[in-house]
Design a protein around this ligand. Structure first.
Ligand code: BTN
Length: 254
């Protein structure tokens, strides 16, 4: 993949800018980075707080040569790349929460949003990655659930070095994904980096129901297998998964 990085002071959303550029014919590998986003978004239309300098706000245009059924693996592939970048550069020990939240000690440090769009050159996938660089002090509600590279490593972040390493790691795992047996290899990489792969007690929230169960591996397309309390095997393709927290008295908090 030929990488070009375009940097902006401020954008509504790096994903939106990348979608526009892809529709204007931009090549695979064009990366968009902004110092701040005024309308950063996360999965399910949630807001991604994107204050100036507090995070890395990054999107890359992909034009994958993959059967449509394997497209969900792009987000899993990206979470592996983010996880390895944080481990290599800052000596952190990331975990991946299905499908693609990167956590440090149970707190979220990075989120990934892949969006697909039809363009004159065919389907493009816009892979958006947000990484918290500094503590989110302005967002009280997130203090318990979010963390940042600065908090975890004790060092200020050199953003250009982070972008450079992230892009190299993404290019590597993206090329793995597109080779023969690539989807299986990405699933194996994900499995070795995620405590959610197998045997994790979780609460799954879908559009119209929630249930409790235990994870039991991934489907070939990245769907999460969960054995519900009833014993039924459920395959989760979309939804939120949270680990169950057991209180001292053995009650379960969901
Ligand atoms: C999530 O955890 O729900 C996904 C968050 C993705 C945020 C990134 S920041 C760069 C890119 N631009 C956006 O508007 N969103 C993604």
């Amino acid at each position: 993949m030929n990488i070009t990085v375009l940097k902006f002071d401020s954008l509504e959303s790096t994903n939106s800018e990348a979608i526009e550029q892809s529709k204007r014919g931009a090549e695979e590998g064009l990366c968009i980075v902004a110092d701040e986003q005024t309308a950063g978004r996360g999965r399910y239309g949630r807001t991604w707080i994107s204050k100036k300098g507090d995070g890395l706000y990054f999107s890359v245009i992909l034009r994958p040569q993959l059967p449509a059924g394997f497209l969900p693996l792009i987000t899993l592939m990206a979470s592996v790349a983010v996880s390895d970048t944080l481990a290599e550069l800052y000596d952190l020990k990331p975990d991946i929460k299905w499908p693609n939240d990167v956590l440090i000690n149970e707190r979220k440090i990075s989120g990934i949003l892949a969006e697909s769009t039809e363009t004159a050159k065919g389907l493009a996938v816009i892979l958006g990655i947000g990484i918290n660089l500094t503590p989110l002090i302005s967002a009280e509600a997130l203090v318990q659930t979010a963390t940042s590279i600065e908090e975890e490593s004790g060092h200020a972040v050199d953003r250009d070095r982070l972008i450079d390493s992230l892009v190299k790691c993404l290019s590597y795992f993206y090329s793995v994904l597109q080779k023969a047996e690539g989807p299986k290899k990405i699933l194996d990489h994900w499995a070795t980096r995620s405590s959610y792969f197998e045997g994790k007690d979780v609460c799954v929230t879908l559009e119209d129901e929630s249930f409790v169960g235990t994870t039991q591996g991934l489907e070939p397309n990245g769907g999460l297998r969960v054995i519900a309390e009833s014993g039924e095997l459920r395959i989760i393709q979309a939804g939120d998964v949270e680990r169950l927290r057991t209180n001292g008295d053995n009650t379960v908090q969901i």
